[in-house]
Design a protein around this ligand. Structure first.
Ligand code: CDT
Length: 313
């Protein structure tokens, strides 16, 4: 078998334990800085932080738009509280991905992630496209999942950015369950897809057995890593935030679909892998040689239909 010379990216996932309502951004950023230092010490060049990493997962609360804007949205990135993370990235020479709630100068709100390079410069932005949950108040539910109230659907598409000699794409939480997310980026030659998530351990929409919350999370990442010949690095915010539990199981998945690193706690925890990017080529040159084997002329319904309809004639 012919194998290419290894081309490696030191890839870290910095899982976060809970962020409580009373926690300040300054204390949260201090935790992120600490994990960034640990990741660097363990060979990481790029660190993946969670979705909405700077605050509690506020879409679980029925609160006014004004209160949400005031308490949970970032009007500036970096801002005074987040600048230390950018400074540390530059000092250590590591890049990172960070999820946060974005309020634009025009008053638009997105569930956003940024990619920052090893000089501390923002080189890419992603705004979450697959927003789960609801926009109405559900007083009978034990908690809310109000992403459809607090955020607009992202308007930047799924893009891939070149940094650290690696093509890296971004997604956020529920995006990881949709195969289109990864395929659109794999068709831009992505080698790594990074994402953060907050997955409540209880599904308020139906009586989903709790173990499925973790198994469907892992299946989605593993299947899509393999089928797209990419590395996937997924960072949870997890544990019990003021009594609301969220799953952990942050992972780094290889293009083989195998988990090469997995968090074992529901606290702040760094996992690291030396991601050999030539594994992407191995699969893309053979079983997933897209140019040779894909048949887009038969995939039309994927972009023509949103919901399932009748069989085609
Ligand atoms: N944050 C996020 O997207 N969470 C969803 C929960 C879906 S249940 C309403 C997830 O897919 O993990």
């Amino acid at each position: 078998m012919i194998m290419s010379t290894p081309r490696k990216l030191g890839l870290a996932v910095a899982q976060m334990g809970p962020v409580h309502l009373a926690d300040t951004r300054e204390t949260v950023v201090a935790r992120l800085v600490e994990m960034m230092r640990e990741a660097k010490g363990r060979g990481a060049e790029f660190v993946v932080f969670p979705e909405l990493a700077l605050t509690t997962f506020f879409p679980r609360y029925w609160i006014s738009d004004e209160e949400a804007n005031e308490k949970y949205f970032e009007k500036q990135m970096p801002g005074p509280a987040t600048q230390p993370l950018f400074d540390e990235a530059k000092k250590l020479g590591v890049g990172f991905y960070l999820g946060y709630a974005e309020l634009t100068p025009e008053g638009r709100r997105f569930n956003t992630a940024i990619m920052v390079d090893q000089t501390g410069a923002i080189i890419g932005k992603y705004r979450k496209i697959h927003l789960p949950g609801h926009s109405d108040h559900k007083p009978e539910a034990p908690f809310q999942h109000l992403e459809k109230k607090f955020f607009e659907v992202g308007d930047l598409g799924f893009r891939v950015f070149d940094t650290l000699n690696t093509k890296i794409g971004m997604a956020l939480c529920n995006d990881r369950r949709w195969p289109e997310t990864y395929r659109v980026m794999a068709l831009q030659s992505a080698e790594v897809v990074v994402l953060g998530y907050n997955t409540p351990s209880w599904n308020i929409h139906w009586n989903e057995p709790m173990h499925l919350r973790t198994s469907t999370h892992l299946i989605s990442l593993q299947a899509n890593a393999y089928q797209n010949a990419i590395w996937v690095a997924a960072a949870a915010k997890c544990g019990s935030e003021d009594g609301h539990h969220m799953i952990g199981s942050s992972v780094i998945v290889a293009p083989t679909g195998e988990i090469v690193a997995r968090a074992i706690s529901e606290e702040d925890e760094v996992i690291v892998a030396s991601a050999d990017l030539t594994w992407c080529e191995n699969f893309r040159n053979h079983v997933f040689n897209f140019a040779k084997h894909r048949r887009p002329e038969h995939y039309g319904l994927i972009v023509e239909r949103t919901g399932a309809g009748d069989p085609i004639a």
